[in-house]
Design a protein around this ligand. Structure first.
Ligand SMILES: [Fe+2]
Length: 507
């Protein structure tokens, strides 16, 4: 496709989606290829990733979305207004057949702490417009940051009302902490249904992402702000630990499991607004990374699946002496060193760990706890907590997904001693939909044995944070329903974490 000028691109934006005329030539109508929406991600002070994937018929069983085998040129534009009156940057990228016709454009040369709008054009069609924002420059706090974080969006469990409400909050940044898709086959009791059996092949994973991404509420959340994403287990398979499977179904040989993990990581990269530096290489994907937000915050995005030791005592909720073994690690040694090194650099006021599984201790009265969470890797947790204490990290804040309930905890120097120092804070978002409509209970499970846990709520939703140099405000947002499309959202509880004073203050 030849390059088109800005003027014709703008005219195209006003034309009908199905046919576009430019330079006196009518293009043959082709099906709209932007049915999976647009996204941006991993902002820096001078660049951001722009993503789209061409798929005119997204649910085709071959995972190719109705595209042919040819690579396709995609044009992109960035402007300061949604009318694209003055372009700031533009260019072309190749949507390759080998990458399911996805593109990951690193749009550079941008101004720090600035809002931008972007869009794509391909095959005579113009995409929806997305909004994004660059990070503040190093040394600058920039504007206050409204950041929403979420996890666990099971398509069958309900409508993505929470994604729509996140979009309406117009955050400057969105974190997704895993379980963006679920791998299971079609269920019998869902509000809506997956397609086919449990996903295993690359075609399966590509089609599953396409199914999720046809959801208009999810598309709205992507179009509203840049995302920072890390996967958890269900982007591959439930509770896998490095190369150890937790499930016995479907039956897979070791080689088939390796191929499955390779396919899952490839499809994850293809469908997320990640930088090309996060592209997988075979059976591995380099996902843990730091994203700096000027002097205000540093996001340390962790990968707690790819390098972990197997769950102790056969996984599950257990009393398990092996969970205390000092050699056990949830991060692997390289990631642990990388994290502690980054924390020791004091790059921003708030050191925010974006990660997957429950961090604070949660024991029941018998001493049992979740072997899939940090409670199953206690020495690993202790090394990281002590590591940030030793390095004088003033404001560590752990963000968590996975458990489909809202929680908030003070992190303790010694969980067995309620009077020990509070050395950090954890906020756990509930699910977007997983587990369906909640009970509404706010009674803290195992509250008596874990006095450092301060909040619990069983409803679906997300957490909206407002990050400033002096405090982080956290609003636990709950949607009234996931079985009714368009249900309202409200704030169940709010907390403040004051700079230099780890721990929750209820407001
Ligand atoms: Fe989940």
């Amino acid at each position: 496709m030849r390059s088109l000028g800005r003027r014709t691109f703008i005219l195209g934006g006003l034309a009908a989606a199905s046919t576009l005329t430019y330079a006196g030539t009518a293009l043959a109508a082709s099906p709209f290829p932007f049915k999976l929406g647009v996204a941006s991600g991993d902002p820096a002070a001078d660049s951001v990733v722009l993503w789209t994937r061409l798929a005119p018929t997204p649910l085709n069983a071959d995972g190719q979305g109705g595209m042919g085998t040819a690579d396709v040129t995609v044009e992109w534009q960035i402007a300061k207004t949604s009318t694209f009156g003055t372009l700031i940057a533009s260019g072309t990228a190749i949507a390759r057949y080998a990458d399911a016709h996805s593109v990951h454009v690193v749009a550079g040369g941008l101004a720090a702490d600035t809002d931008y709008y972007y869009r794509f054009r391909a095959q005579g069609h113009i995409s929806a417009v997305g909004r994004t924002r660059t990070a503040p420059a190093a040394g600058s706090a920039g504007r206050d940051l409204v950041m929403a974080f979420a996890s666990c969006s099971h398509y069958e469990a309900g409508y993505f009302n929470a994604y729509r409400r996140i979009a309406e909050d117009q955050p400057g940044l969105i974190l997704h902490l895993g379980d963006y898709i679920y791998e299971g086959g079609v269920g019998s009791s869902g509000v809506r249904q997956h397609l086919g059996t449990e996903i295993v092949s690359l075609a399966d994973y590509r089609r599953r992402y396409a199914l999720y991404k046809t959801d208009p509420d999810l598309q709205a959340a992507h179009a509203a702000a840049a995302w920072l994403v890390v996967p958890d287990d269900h982007e591959v398979e439930n509770n896998y630990a490095n190369m150890v499977r937790n499930d016995s179904s479907p039956v897979l040989t070791a080689a088939q499991w390796t191929a499955r993990r390779t396919a899952a990581y490839k499809a994850y990269y293809e469908n997320m607004p990640l930088r090309p530096s996060q592209a997988p290489s075979g059976n591995a994907i380099p996902l843990y990374r730091r994203v700096r937000w000027g002097s205000l915050a540093t996001f340390h995005m962790l990968d707690t699946r790819q390098f972990r030791d197997d769950q102790a005592c056969g996984d599950g909720w257990k009393v398990c002496a092996d969970a205390d073994l000092p050699a056990r690690s949830l991060t692997g040694t390289a990631q642990e060193s990388w994290l502690l090194d980054g924390l020791g650099q004091h790059l921003g006021t708030w050191d925010i760990l974006g990660q997957q599984v429950f961090f604070a201790r949660q024991f029941d009265a018998a001493g049992a706890s979740s072997m899939d969470a940090w409670d199953g890797y206690r020495a690993s947790r202790a090394r990281i907590q002590q590591g940030w204490v030793d390095r004088g990290v003033r404001n560590p804040l752990v963000l968590t997904g996975d458990v489909h309930k809202s929680w908030a905890s003070n992190l303790k120097a010694d969980y067995a001693n309620p009077n020990s120092a509070t050395i950090g804070t954890e906020l756990v978002c509930t699910s977007i939909t997983s587990n369906g409509n909640g009970s509404g209970s706010t009674t803290i499970p195992n509250g008596a044995t874990n006095p450092h846990i301060k909040f619990y709520s069983d409803q679906r939703g997300y957490v909206r944070t407002t990050i400033t140099p002096s405090q982080v405000r956290a609003d636990f947002r709950s949607v009234a329903s996931v079985t009714e499309h368009g249900a309202a959202v409200s704030t169940t509880r709010s907390f403040v974490i004051a700079e230099g004073q780890p721990g929750l203050q209820q407001i």
